[in-house]
Design a protein around this ligand. Structure first.
Ligand code: FES
Ligand SMILES: [Fe+2]
Length: 381
């Protein structure tokens, strides 16, 4: 990516069309989002048999349904008769069975075909052959992850190399994210391509300009080098005058129970390609999921997770912590939206300065991911 015409410490950014062109967005969907593990929601979000929520992964609609055995299962939102979407609501309850509103084929909560009108006249309709298409699921960090690709490697192959490179062994485990509860969720509609949001998260060259509150808490970020861009794998240390990652700087609750002294007063920001971001601080964790909606539109859903016992205690209030990150997010997303507007210009030709060179690791991943894949049996490109 190095330009022959510029000084060697400036690297060319990806051309603007990668962020604006519908054909590239389509490629992102097919080559990345339909083949990678997607974090879709907390495992314990569904509490009763028959409860469901719907997830749209690009054009593909998936239902997550809690079965009678308590397990959440994922299946395509696609009737096996004439292909009607079974459900257009975002969430709710199917009761004891999933019934198609068109001709009343009905399916068990685990996706098996139960009945169809006039079934006795149709000996060729073998129930076992017409169940709803299952979607692969895994559970990690207390979240349900889906993969539309039946051939994809397991989730660990997607996330472990990234975690080992960034955090090293055992750090994430100490936060025990699967045991935490959600205190707040904010969904942001951002007028930016999903890749620009990831890239912005990776660099801290912008921090001194747009994040006065964040850099007051984490003075190291004023340098323009974050914990990734300076090559360090450690977290960023809190400023001396603050005790907690909150707008006031106060620590209003104890550290998460699994943490040790080496985790105290540290902030970690981690990118889990393609589209999950984690923030770890001593008393809570934030999980970001990016849902690409269109070339220039991304929904970012952020959960703030705390220790359940701490949440149950009298006087628990997460507002102060939520406010600092929420403010930072809004500053970031506004900057991404400005870039998205600039990317439409015919004169767009951006460069990465040294503090942003870390972004080229994302380019390498991304360009390899959308490249023509080796032909795999049973999968049309
Ligand atoms: S399309 Fe669903 S029952 Fe006919
Ligand atoms: Fe930022």
């Amino acid at each position: 990516m190095t330009s022959g015409t510029r000084a060697s410490n400036l690297l060319e950014a990806l051309p603007g069309r990668y962020y604006t062109d519908p054909a590239i967005f389509e490629l992102d969907q097919r080559r990345i989002f339909q083949r990678s593990w997607q974090c879709v929601g907390r495992v314990d979000a569904l509490t009763e048999a028959g409860q469901f929520y719907r997830v749209d992964l690009g054009e593909e609609s998936v239902l997550i349904v809690r079965g009678r055995d308590g397990e959440p299962r994922a299946m395509r939102n696609l009737c096996r008769h004439r292909g009607a979407q079974l459900c257009t609501e975002d969430s709710g309850s199917f009761g004891t069975a999933i019934r198609c509103a068109y001709h009343s084929w009905s399916y068990d909560l685990d996706g098996r075909l139960l009945a169809a009108p006039n079934m006795r006249e149709m000996p060729d309709l073998v129930k076992a052959d017409y169940g709803l298409h299952p979607v692969r699921t895994e559970q990690w960090l207390g979240y349900l992850w889906l993969n539309l690709d039946p051939e994809a490697p397991p989730l660990a192959a997607q996330v472990e190399p990234q975690l080992n490179e960034r955090l090293g062994d055992g750090v994430l485990e100490r936060y025990e994210i699967a045991r935490l509860g959600i205190a707040a969720t904010i969904s942001y509609e951002v007028a930016s391509n999903w890749k620009a949001i990831i890239e912005n998260f990776m660099e801290c060259y912008h921090c001194a300009t747009i994040h006065p509150e964040l850099t007051a808490a984490l003075p190291q970020f004023r340098s323009g080098y974050g914990t990734i861009s300076n090559g360090a794998s450690a977290g960023a240390s809190f400023a001396e005058h603050i005790d907690g990652f909150s707008l006031s700087g106060r620590a209003s609750r104890p550290n998460l129970p699994g943490l040790g002294p080496s985790d105290d007063r540290l902030f970690y920001g981690i990118t889990l390609r393609p589209n999950v971001l984690l923030i770890l601080v001593p008393d809570h964790v934030a999980v970001f999921r990016l849902e690409p909606v269109a070339p220039g539109r991304t929904r970012v859903v952020v959960d703030w997770l705390f220790d359940r016992e701490t949440m149950a205690a009298d006087g628990f209030d997460a507002t102060d912590s939520v406010e600092l990150l929420d403010l930072t997010n809004r500053q970031d997303f506004e900057a991404c939206e400005r870039c998205q507007l600039g990317m439409r210009s015919s004169a767009y030709a951006a460069v990465l300065v040294p503090a942003e060179h870390v972004i080229t690791a994302f380019y390498d991943y991304y360009l390899a991911a959308i490249a023509e894949p080796a032909v795999r049996p049973g999968l049309a490109g």
